[in-house]
Design a protein around this ligand. Structure first.
Ligand SMILES: [Mg+2]
Length: 291
């Protein structure tokens, strides 16, 4: 259980930090913007913003940390674009494929693109390998990142933290040498604050290091703690939130229930779940609340 002032205040307000029945279902059935805003999600996001403002009043430097893929961005658009290109370039072999791909809802796709191959009629092992190679070359390319779309409310929430005086850390398993330029370009194009004098993009320096090992490393902890007081960390991978919770026990680690790898562990108890970044200060009856 996180020991932060924020977690304590959420619990005192009656915000259960455990998933509720029905909220543990796969994101494939949930979508990233289809769930209505729950009071609990609202309390968690509003609480992060309130704690950020309180730290600024105390002359501390608040920090919030965000993963990118399936946390701030839905990478389904990238899958869809790449498989549409595959379908167009293989239309003689797979004549019905393009229509199926164009009908995809990007936030309902499985985590692994190969899980779509049966639906698309890609059955032969040689075809499956060819399609996976085609996909791989493009998915991890700066030229395709702009097909991602922000998760609902994400840009507004991160901008609100920026305006409140928070340092924003984008902590991603994307490879540094390969994807830094495109990542910065797409963050900026979607309205996320990227001023290098205030914020940081922390990327995996090694293709060999697992995402959770990188994010849970002492080097990452030291780098982030040097920036200020960590308020909250957001990630969609159970293995990552569990590591982050252990690395930053005084902060609030939040699990994004969007999409994650198929063999992931359970999310540790005490880590709250949210569906996206919609919160009522932006969109609801509390929008006019004084700041
Ligand atoms: Mg992710």
């Amino acid at each position: 259980m996180p020991s932060s002032r924020l977690a304590a205040s959420l619990l005192a307000a009656g915000v259960a930090l455990l998933p509720l029945a029905g909220e543990t279902r796969s994101a494939l059935a949930a979508g990233f913007d289809h769930g209505t805003l729950t009071p609990r999600q609202d309390a968690i996001l509003s609480g992060v913003l309130s704690e950020t403002r309180q730290l600024v009043r105390e002359s501390a430097t608040p920090v919030s940390v965000f993963d990118l893929d399936a946390t701030l961005f839905d990478a389904g658009g990238r899958h869809k674009q790449i498989m549409a290109e595959y379908a167009r370039s293989h239309k003689d072999r797979f004549p019905g494929m393009l229509a199926k791909v164009l009908a995809w809802e990007t936030d309902r796709l499985p985590y692994e693109v190969s899980e779509t191959f049966d639906e698309l009629g890609i059955q032969d092992p040689a075809d499956r390998k060819d399609a996976k190679d085609f996909w791989y070359k493009r998915f991890f390319s700066n030229d395709y990142l702009h097909y991602d779309t922000p998760i609902a409310g994400a840009a507004a929430f991160v901008k609100a933290l920026d305006r409140a005086g928070s340092v924003i850390v984008y902590l991603t398993g994307r490879n540094d040498a390969q994807l830094r330029s495109g990542t910065l370009r797409v963050l900026e194009a979607n309205g996320f604050p990227v001023d290098p004098a205030k914020h940081a993009l922390v990327m995996n320096p090694s293709k060999a290091m697992r995402d959770s090992a990188f994010k849970g490393s002492a080097a990452v902890r030291t780098q982030i703690e040097a920036l200020g007081k960590v308020v909250a960390l957001f990630d969609n991978e159970p293995g990552n939130v569990n590591e982050l919770q252990r690395s930053f026990p005084d902060a609030l680690t939040v699990f994004l229930d969007t999409n994650h790898s198929p063999k992931a562990p359970q999310v540790d108890a005490g880590i709250p779940w949210i569906k996206n970044f919609r919160w009522s200060w932006l969109t609801g009856p509390l929008a006019a609340r004084p700041r």
